[in-house]
Each structure stands twice: as structure tokens, then as C-alpha cells.
Design a binder for this molecule. Sequence first.
Ligand code: NDP
Length: 315
Amino acid sequence: MAEKRHVRCLIIGSGPAGYTAAIYASRANLNPVLYEGIQPGGQLTTTTEIENFPGYPQGISGVELMEDLRKQAERFGTEIHSGIAVSVDFSGKPLQVTFDDNQTIEADTVIIATGASAKYLGLPDEAKYAGMGVSACATCDGFFYRKKVVAVVGGGDTACEEAGYLSQLASKVYLIVRKNYLRASKIMQERVTRTANIEILFETQVVGLFGENGVEGAHIVQHQGTPEESYSDLPIDGLFLAIGHKPNTDIFKPYLSLDETGYIQTEGITTATNIAGVFAAGDVADPHYRQAITAAASGCKAAIDAERYLAENRF
Ligand code: NDP
């Protein structure tokens, strides 16, 4: 039997949205309990320098920013636990969430800030070579590829950022882009194109990997579906995926309205979901902006929405 306790405000997730919700909820005396979730500190802990979070003219590392947000939440009394939500019951009140530490929390309000996780191509070889040359986080694993040859898949800001980071470690970085253009912002595109050891392979897709005791190369197809279509092998030591993210909403599916790609739908300008007392903040509900600052802002909104909901409803 899982242990049970009751709280006024439960926050799931510890990215900018979760911690900002915690800062606001604790300052409003909601005594929030926050569970850190799958990736303590969230996705920002795997990025390098953050240059566009207002207030840091010199930039700040993702890890440092998240440590500061955590300290700020703790300063006002947020109770922080490590643990992952494994099941929920939103069929009645109080709302119930069970964590992998066998604790069930009964809550008057729940703020979901579980973020999103990196997507993979879906090739069987990605699983075969997991931890042996396949990664979705350059800052976590780039260190292992010093003076080696790597490839990054994707054409967005993340892919360009990862390629730029890896170019400082690896001898050569291929950026594998399925279209004939980069989707990334102009500034990121310029950085990539003026880095000597990054080579962009447009209209190229990875269809498999090969290697004895780890990745030694990728099977690629270029100009697929055109008269120039060609298959070849690209020798690389590591493959980094940077093709976007999937919202972490699987356990909420039976109760919450999600869009076709799994993002939680919220009502109008608020963070309210279709279940009274349940609010969603950050990337888990945002397929559009997905920035640290917008996640933090929606965390603030969720705490204010939770506070107003508690004031309007007697528990
Ligand atoms: P995006 O969705 O912007 O880009 C994903 C990229 O991966 C696209 O080029 C897409 O190709 C490609 N892709 C998707 N699926 C596949 C597949 N199966 N095979 C091959 N390629 C594939 O995601 P990002 O993670 O790059 O960025 C998300 C958001 O975060 C954006 O809003 C971005 O601006 C922001 N961001 C900002 C940063 C900054 O400002 N410093 C840093 C990182 C992210 P296609 O174009 O063909 O669809």
C-alpha cells in the first residue's frame, strides 16, 4: 500500500515552469510540494550557455540557472522531493498522484510541469547502440567524442546549438538535415555555417547505424525520392539526435484533453486544464514557444491560477 498525505498544491516537474510555480505558490502560503520528475532541473541542465534569459547580460549555464531557481523556491518553503509520477487519479476530489517512491499525494491543486523529452528517429539501431554512440544530449556526452567524428541530426536551433558545442570537442561534425534548408534562427545558422569543422549535409537522412563495439558509421540516404537518390555509408563515432521533443503526458492521457501531438490543452490565456484544480505550465502545454522564459512565465500563471482556485473553492 502506498503511503498517503494531503497537500494544497502539488507541483510535478523541476524545470523553469515547475520552480517558478513553486516560488509563487510558496510565497502565497500554499505550502507546495514539488516532485522533481524524470530529469531534475529539466532540459536546461543539458544545454550549454543560456544567452537569452533576461537578467543575465553575460549569459549563464543551464545548471547554474536551475540551481538558483531551486534555491529561490526553497527559500520560501517549497518542499522538494526526487521522484517520478507513475499514476494519477483525477476522477474525483482530492486529486491523487502516486510517485515511484510509493507515496500517494492527495492534492487540492496539481500543477503539471513535466516538460518534454528528446525524440528519436525510431530506428532499431538507436536502441542497439544506446550509450554506445547514440545520444540526444551533446553537453552530457560530447566529452566522449574529443577529436572524433560525430553527426548531429536536425535542422532547428537545438541541432545548430549541439553542432556548435560539439565542434569545439570533435575533429569534425556533420549536420544531417532532411530538408534543403535549416529551420533554425538566422543567428544560429550563421554560427554553424562559419564554423570550419561543421559540414552540413542537406536532404540527407540516417536509415541505420553500423559498428562492432559501438557506432562506426551511419547508413544514409541522400535526395530520397528524387532521380539523384543515393545510399552511402558515413563513417562517424557518434550520432546525436536533435529533432525535437515529445511532451511527457502519457500518464495524464486518461483524464486530460491533449492535442494531437500530446500537449496538454489549456483554457484561453489561463493554465487551467479540463479538470478543475489541475493546471499545466511550461513545455508540457506549449508546442509553440518552448523557451525557458515562457515556461517560467507560465509557471507563475499556474501558481496564481491555483491560488485563485483555492480561494474560490473551500477544501
Ligand atoms: P524544432 O522542432 O525547431 O526542429 C526540429 C528539427 O528536426 C527540424 O529541422 C526537423 O526537420 C528535424 N526533424 C524532425 N523529425 C525528424 C526526423 N524524423 N528525421 C530528420 N529530421 C527530423 O526543434 P528544436 O528542438 O530545434 O527547437 C525547439 C524550440 O526551441 C524552437 O522553438 C527553437 O527555436 C527553441 N530553441 C531555441 C534555442 C535558442 O534560442 N538558443 C536553442 C534550442 C531550441 P524539418 O525542418 O524538416 O521539420
